[in-house]
Design a binder for this molecule. Structure first.
Ligand SMILES: [Zn+2]
Length: 301
């Protein structure tokens, strides 16, 4: 009798284990664990899940995503997540190995960049990772997220949870377009720190004339001759400002402006990370508005 009860219990337990395995992680009684790499994507994901999942953001506010190094604790969080949301396209240079290991462990990885119509970089053969500086591409990112979350837990209305935020992204695109509308077509040129503004320029009808750093990363310094080319191009242009990321070194931009005979201002934007408390760029949407306002302000001078 005892033997038989034990046997029945064992069978019951194995049935339970199999069924909980089949119904996925969300049925374990806790909500999905989502780990996000950048602070900007972290804000977007937090708004999309809208309380329906636990979101951990790896990079702190102000961290340059190009040279971020994870802690051992963050690596462990990545490997035990249900879903990792990353930008991809080479942005998270130091996280690629850990993310591959997590994928091998069975973690679902959503890289947003490759699926939002990325723009090729000039001659490197790679793609520009700064997709988030276009809010319409981030609308696509929201849809990708909704799909990935649905793959993990189809009992939650993820699209419904994300709907209000998705609308706000479309609204912020319209408000940026309107704010910049006064700038004449023949003045829509940008000089920037590194190649971060390709998507912004593409969406709002600007052209990035030159960048101080030669690539789409903050990790590569310009050569003396490429810097001289930038000085010459800035001198020859009519642009009112040089736009840098607040978290990158400003020394080269200051040097550049010093070498130009006409007046050019240095405007620091929020490109790679959210701003701190009181900055006005604490959320992705506010960051986009803040940048648009700062760019508009420079052209109004
Ligand atoms: Zn960047």
């Amino acid at each position: 009798m005892i033997m038989r009860t034990t046997l029945i219990l064992m069978v019951l337990m194995s049935v339970l284990m199999v069924s909980s395995g089949c119904t996925g992680t969300a049925e374990r009684g806790s909500s999905l664990a989502v780990v996000v790499t950048t602070s900007i994507l972290g804000d977007v994901v937090t708004n999309v899940v809208n309380g329906g999942a636990d979101v951990v953001v790896m990079m702190p506010i102000g961290a340059d995503p190009h040279d971020f190094e994870p802690s051992a604790r963050q690596v462990a969080a990545l490997r035990s997540a249900d879903l990792i949301v990353a930008n991809g396209l080479g942005l998270e240079e130091s996280l690629s190995e850990v993310m591959s290991a997590a994928v091998e462990d069975g973690v679902l990885l959503l890289e947003v960049g490759p699926d939002v119509d990325p723009l090729p970089l000039d001659d490197s053969g790679g793609f520009d990772p700064h997709v988030w500086l276009d809010p319409i591409r981030m609308v696509t990112a929201v849809d990708l997220l909704v799909e990935a979350l649905g793959d993990l837990d189809d009992s939650t209305d993820w699209a419904g949870r994300a709907a209000a935020y998705r609308r706000q992204l479309i609204e912020v695109d319209a408000s940026i377009r309107e704010r910049l509308a006064f700038i004449p077509n023949d003045e829509r040129f940008l000089f920037t720190g590194h190649q971060a503004f390709g998507y912004f320029a593409d969406r709002y009808g600007f052209e990035v004339t030159a960048t101080i750093l030669p690539g789409a990363s903050t990790m590569v310094e310009p050569s003396a001759s490429s810097f001289a080319d930038v000085v010459e191009a800035l001198e020859a242009s009519r642009v009112p400002a040089v736009f840098t990321d607040r978290n990158e070194s400003q020394a080269l931009a200051e040097q550049l402006i010093d070498q130009v005979s006409r007046e050019v201002v240095l405007v620091q934007l929020y490109t790679g990370a959210l701003g701190g408390e009181g900055s006005g760029a604490e959320t992705y949407i506010d960051l986009m508005k803040w940048n648009a306002e700062a760019i508009a302000g420079a052209f109004e001078q």
